[in-house]
Design a protein around this ligand. Structure first.
Ligand SMILES: Cc1cc2nc3c(=O)[nH]c(=O)nc-3n(C[C@H](O)[C@H](O)[C@H](O)COP(=O)(O)OP(=O)(O)OC[C@H]3O[C@@H](n4cnc5c(N)ncnc54)[C@H](O)[C@@H]3O)c2cc1C
Length: 482
């Protein structure tokens, strides 16, 4: 990215770029220390809103926060509007009876390339998972381990029934294959559904059913593995290069860290946009739910999830949300430390092909900080929404099923804490995909979100940067962008 350097007539860079600003936007470069998404309520009332802002960003998920971060780094003032009571979008953590409950099972992979540029990993205090998984199959647990990190475990697992020795060697060669490709090559490669790719590579039905379906099906919320092979290769590469982790303070520590670096008065929570239009200006305006209108001078970046987009920009775009969208249910339980079977920070997968549990783990084995002292936290994930079953029915089914895994004496003592049903966890990214969609609708109006790139934390962050870069390019702030 090249910044065009201009000689500034004033010490405030933003006042140079737009002479026509009717009311200068109050730009307070202080970073916010108040934002704590688990508990935040905004103190800004809409009557105190500036009526004009250089840029308005709608949606404070990772994409909107990344766009804001990029604008902030260029000293471009912005207002970030968020309809809910905290930043983070789908990446949120609730505090329930002292437990940190992420809204759905989410893993942060340290090798995400855009995340590496934007986040301070050290202050996230990332807690690592074991590099591999334990698979429940035929009444027993079988290990699949990363040979480079857990050589002995991996060697011991060569002969287990999860797949043939050939399958396990093939995982190694597939890994080498993805590591030799750039991210750009991966995200624009010829694509097929992941299941076709696995078949083509020569993996056996056993390893596909017992390992790939629960593992990648759990990542994509797609047990049929119809998701694009581009996504498979991208995640496979990131898994090979990085660690699976959880921030010690919950997954919401990621968006919180981004938000804390932004000017404290630039984020407005509980502020819902209902429409975006150009009026008679060449830069769009945003109408809020309470009827107020906010004008932008440079443009508007719409950073909402794809289904919400349709309501905001009717007539402007007509996105076809690919069906089915990816849904999940996550149930949390607690138990005394002696009522869980292992202390390992490992992910358990259901390779049996039966039941409703896809994967589960003992959260406090990975990150003890997720629980008040002396209590274990257990997270169980299902794929799909299970609309026809009540929460109580799901709890009983899960307890029954896991009693088979760990014995009913132990599991029946677990206490249910909360169930999250997440209808829109990810967009459907089956082929054909375009993981580098153009963020520009027209000069002044831009989109970002995971549905434009890859449905990952990283994809959302990339899309936010790209939207901000496109706006800055159109408005002649930068000569070219990546
Ligand atoms: C359960 C679950 C597990 C996941 N696991 C992983 C994982 O392990 N690894 C990974 O990389 N990715 C994972 N993902 C995907 C990842 O979380 C998303 O791809 C990413 O967070 C999307 O960010 P976004 O900013 O594009 O959208 P969102 O996070 O949806 O943000 C959109 C924001 O816009 C706001 N908004 C909507 N309408 C309006 C309006 N009218 N006015 C104002 N604000 C509005 C919303 O409230 C929201 O805050 C998971 C997602 C879920 C749900």
């Amino acid at each position: 990215m090249t910044i065009i350097t201009l000689s500034l007539p004033s010490t405030n860079p933003s006042s140079f770029f737009f002479h026509s600003s009717p009311k200068p936007f109050k730009f307070n470069p202080k970073s916010s220390s108040q934002l704590s998404p688990t508990t935040t309520t905004t103190t800004t009332t809409t009557s105190s809103l500036p009526k004009t802002s250089k840029v308005i960003i709608i949606g404070a998920g990772l994409a909107g926060l990344a766009a804001a971060t990029h604008l902030n780094s260029q000293n471009i003032p912005f207002l970030l509007l968020e309809s809910s009571n905290a930043v983070g979008g789908r990446v949120r953590t609730d505090i329930v009876d002292g437990f940190l409950l992420d809204r759905g099972f989410q893993i942060f992979i340290t090798a995400y390339p855009e995340a590496q540029k934007l986040l301070n990993y050290q202050s996230l205090n990332l807690q690592k998972f074991y590099s591999g998984a334990k698979i429940f199959y035929d009444g027993k647990f079988h290990t699949v381990a990363d040979p480079l990190r857990h050589f002995l475990d991996s060697a011991k697992s060569l002969t287990n029934p999860i797949g043939s020795i050939f399958d396990k060697l093939l995982i190694g060669t597939t890994r080498i294959g993805v590591l030799t490709k750039s991210d750009e090559q991966i995200l624009t490669a010829e694509e097929v559904p992941t299941i076709e790719l696995l078949n083509k590579l020569g993996f056996s039905d056993s390893i596909i059913r017992r390992f790939f379906r629960p593992f990648f099906g759990g990542i994509f919320f797609d047990p049929n593995l119809e998701t694009s092979s581009r996504l498979f290769d991208f995640i496979f590469k990131c898994l090979a290069l990085g660690e699976n982790t959880l921030p010690a303070n919950g997954i919401s520590a990621i968006p919180e860290q981004l938000a804390a670096r932004l000017p404290s008065d630039s984020i407005l929570l509980n502020t819902k946009a209902v429409s975006v239009d150009f009026g008679s200006s060449d830069s769009p305006r945003v109408t809020l739910q309470n009827g107020e209108i906010l004008n932008s001078e440079l443009g508007v970046i719409v950073a909402v999830e794809e289904p919400a987009l349709i309501k905001l920009l009717p007539g402007k775009i007509n996105p076809v949300v690919k069906k089915p969208v990816r849904s999940t249910v996550c149930l949390y339980f607690t138990a005394n430390p002696d009522q869980i079977p292992v202390q390992d920070p490992v992910l358990f997968l259901n390779g049996s092909g039966k039941g409703i549990v896809n994967n589960m783990f003992f959260v406090t084995n990975v990150a003890p900080s997720y629980s008040p002292q002396n209590k274990a936290l257990i997270s169980v994930s299902l794929i799909g929404l299970f609309k026809d079953e009540s929460d109580d029915e799901l709890v009983s089914k899960v307890i029954e099923e896991l009693s088979d895994w760990y014995g009913d004496k132990m599991v029946k003592k677990w206490k249910h804490l909360r169930t999250y049903r997440i209808e829109y966890a990810q967009p459907n990214q089956c082929p054909p995909t375009n993981l580098k969609k153009n963020p520009t609708i027209e000069p002044g109006l831009y989109l970002c979100g995971d549905y434009l790139t890859s449905a990952t934390f990283d994809g959302a962050l990339v899309s936010g940067r790209r939207a901000a870069e496109s706006l800055l390019m159109d408005r002649a702030f930068i000569a070219n962008a990546s």
